[in-house]
Design a protein around this ligand. Structure first.
Ligand code: PLP
Length: 364
């Protein structure tokens, strides 16, 4: 029997569990009313959004739209690499752990080089200049795949955020070592909201060559923008997108909702809200005995270790969240529409589950 869906029930598994934000939906609807339009991105909506993104970043960048983040990252990295090149990233990078070898596949074999993972920075999901330098200088013979790209995730897979200085320091090494800088910005909005900086300050002004700007987790129905700040790198990118099956025929339905995100800084409001809900959850969980909060959230996720019995009890109560994502612990992810009531109800159930787990002595 299918349970009756409850539209007020929210989950903390992924920001992709949330739907389309009203402003994106409104522009999607506008596009449905516009009748016939040129296909494959030659429509007015796509032009308009691209122009607005160039305005947002205050630079003349090249912009492409694809369906999802895996394609955005894989195709962007493929455009930066030859098959004998390598991409430096963390051990928890989405490109390493969650893209089914997409970057390697689309680049015809470029290898991901994973940085050492037991430093303090690595435990926060970050690359450091030292970690990058160690990989770049490790070998220089033809038997080793030549480092060509540094890939940063902003915000990181562990819900932390690189500061402007941290991005600059890594980009400085990239420049010295003739590497390109790719930014996986599936949660770029959450990072900008946290830093309070201009979006250009942590991208091209800091030395980022290509940004995969996530729209989906921020409130779009579907779609990510690949933003080439170094326009020379986007040569033939349109062919890659098409060959990969990522060129939307009715592109306007991907691009028009972006107008809703960009209008009145909706993308930032959505991100600020999600971040604030993570802070609220973190604050509610701090006094709970039996829970180990792994680090303070800087974006929209809280990571915590819970007793096994508490996890089982929470799942039995119908809460959905992931375990052991990116380095252990449970991940509680907030979205643009997560309500304070959902956070409070979830926190109360976690506290009750931890208390019960403590009583029965099954805490680990
Ligand atoms: C969600 C996510 C992506 C994109 O994943 P898709 O499911 O392919 O859209 C990319 N990078 C990170 C860090 C993510 O969290």
């Amino acid at each position: 029997m299918t349970p009756t869906p409850d539209p007020t029930r929210q989950h903390f598994a992924s920001d992709n569990y949330a739907g389309m934000c009203p402003n994106a939906a409104r522009w999607f609807q506008e596009a449905t009313l516009s009748g016939h339009e040129p296909a494959y991105g030659d429509d007015g909506w796509t032009q308009r959004v691209s122009d607005q993104l160039r305005e947002l970043f205050q630079t003349d960048c090249d912009i492409y739209f694809v369906f999802n983040g895996t394609a955005a990252n894989s195709l962007a990295l493929a455009s930066l690499c030859q098959s004998y090149h390598s991409v430096i990233c963390t051990s928890v990078a989405h490109i390493e752990t969650d893209e089914c070898g997409g970057p390697e596949f689309f680049s015809n074999g470029s290898k991901l080089l994973v940085a050492e993972s037991d430093s303090a920075a690595a435990r926060l999901g970050k690359l450091t200049p030292d970690a990058v330098e160690a990989l770049v200088t490790k070998r220089s013979d033809v038997h080793y795949p030549k480092p060509k790209v540094i890939s940063l995730t902003q915000a990181t897979e562990l819900g932390t955020v690189y500061s402007v200085e941290e991005v600059r320091a890594i980009a400085a090494i990239a420049k010295r070592r003739h590497l390109k800088v790719h930014m996986d910005g599936a949660r770029f909005a959450n990072a900008v909201a946290t830093l309070g900086c201009h979006p250009s300050d942590i991208t091209w002004r800091a030395g980022v060559d290509v940004l995969c700007f996530g729209g989906t987790k921020n409130g779009l129905p579907v779609g990510e923008a690949v933003v080439f700040f170094d326009r020379a790198l986007s040569e033939d990118f349109a062919y890659r997108v098409k060959q990969a099956g990522q060129l939307a025929s009715k592109m306007r339905f991907i691009s028009a909702p972006w107008l809703g995100l960009l209008e009145n800084d909706t993308w930032l409001h959505n991100a600020r809200h999600a971040n604030a809900m993570a802070q609220r959850l973190y604050a509610a969980l701090r006094p709970v005995a039996g829970i180990e909060l792994l680090h303070a959230p800087q974006a929209n996720a809280v990571f915590a270790k819970l007793p096994r019995a508490a996890i089982t009890a929470l799942h039995a109560r119908g809460w959905r969240f992931y375990e052991f994502i990116a380095g252990g612990g449970c991940r509680f992810m907030c979205a643009w529409d997560t309500t304070p009531e959902s956070v409070d109800a979830f926190a109360a159930d976690i506290a009750a589950a931890c208390a019960a787990a403590g009583v029965t002595g099954t805490a680990r």
